[in-house]
Design a protein around this ligand. Structure first.
Ligand code: NAP
Length: 316
């Protein structure tokens, strides 16, 4: 497994445009700069405040709030905006895209994003949806870092009859950041992510809300004794509200399916506790411990205490 980013001999793209310079967009820009994966990096964000901050941080060659000017002559355009904003952004840039350009995104939901973007895009561009399985609970251009995608999965969900050479080129770009690229069907992506990412976030938002609303335990007690488990949910529940609202609104069917299963399993646990079925509890907890071991063995976290939380150290 690579432990750092290395510069490429030849850039993958001459001109790369990133739209939306938050955690993910600014991390792509930083990684592209570090690895020389693009000759020129253009940063575009509708927010003038974000643009000014990106200028100050200095990881892009050009910065603008004019999305249409930003995509002109670009070989690759990546939308890094909230899922609910992808369709409107695609509509805005569509008429200004270069012949043969790659257009991609990083949305945490794929079916709804493809349905929102594809109708606007001209046939002379290659649309290749993508989703990096990497992130933190922080937002904005200051939150990004070049090694965010190192040893993390990047899922591509190419559309039917797409150009395989363009997909290969985008995969090469992400591999330069240390990502492991996987190709997946859109519906499969949304189902897998519903259970591995969307449901855990919903549970975290819910449990932190429940604790915050308790009348019999004070807020100060909740915070004081949080290290007993609650604290780890609060990290996930601190994730960006706009992003996660859009994820749940746009992956409704898969999330509801997984939530139904979750509720059934929770009812079984409730029953085991009520009836004193220690064996059922012990068996489940042993199985879940084994899953944690597999995640560590596959390099998706470390066995260090504090749940291997060392993102700050990784920020090079
Ligand atoms: P973020 O830090 O909030 O950044 C989003 C940026 O996009 C903000 O600067 C926002 O400006 C800007 N923006 C919003 N609407 C726009 C538009 N129509 N045109 C141009 N810029 C626009 O969010 P993020 O965490 O990077 O997430 C971006 C995307 O990555 C989402 O689709 C999310 O699903 C996906 N993703 C996130 C993670 C994660 O862990 N965070 C992981 C994988 C994928 P304002 O601040 O002014 O609104």
């Amino acid at each position: 497994m690579p432990d750092t980013l290395r510069a490429l001999d030849t850039p993958v793209f001459d001109r790369l445009t990133i739209i939306g310079l938050g955690l993910i967009g600014s991390s792509i820009a930083r990684a592209a700069r570090r690895t020389h994966a693009a000759k020129t990096i253009v940063a575009a964000d509708i927010s003038e405040d974000v643009c000014n901050r990106v200028r100050a941080l200095g990881f892009a060659d050009e910065v603008t709030s004019d999305l249409t000017a930003a995509v002109k002559d670009s070989d690759c355009v990546i939308l890094c905006v909230p899922v609910g904003a992808c369709g409107a952004a695609a509509e805005k840039i569509a008429a200004h895209l270069k012949q043969g350009a790659i257009v991609s995104d990083v949305g945490s939901v794929k079916g709804a994003v493809v349905a929102a973007m594809q109708p606007h895009l001209p046939s002379h561009v290659h649309f290749i949806p993508a989703h990096p399985i990497a992130g933190t609970e922080h937002s904005g251009p200051d939150a990004g870092f070049a090694t965010l995608f190192l040893n993390r999965w990047l899922i591509l969900t190419p559309i039917e009859n797409g150009d395989p050479a363009a997909t290969d080129q985008l995969a090469t770009f992400w591999r330069a950041f240390g990502s492991n690229v996987e190709i997946m069907d859109v519906a499969r992506h949304d189902l897998v992510l519903a259970v591995t990412s969307h449901l855990p976030h919903l549970i975290a938002y819910n449990i932190v809300g429940t604790a915050a609303d308790l009348e019999t335990v004070t807020q100060s007690e909740v915070i004081k004794f949080s290290a007993s488990g609650f604290r780890d949910f609060t990290r996930i529940a601190a994730s960006d509200p706009t992003m996660w609202r859009d994820v749940f609104l746009n992956n409704r069917d898969a999330v509801l399916e997984m939530l139904g299963r979750f509720n059934e399993d929770l009812a079984a646990l409730q029953r085991a506790i009520r009836w004193g079925d220690g064996e059922a509890l012990f068996n489940l907890f042993s199985r879940t411990r084994a899953i944690r071991r597999s995640i560590i063995e596959q390099g998706q976290d470390t066995a260090a205490p504090d749940f291997g939380r060392h993102a700050a150290d990784e920020k090079e």
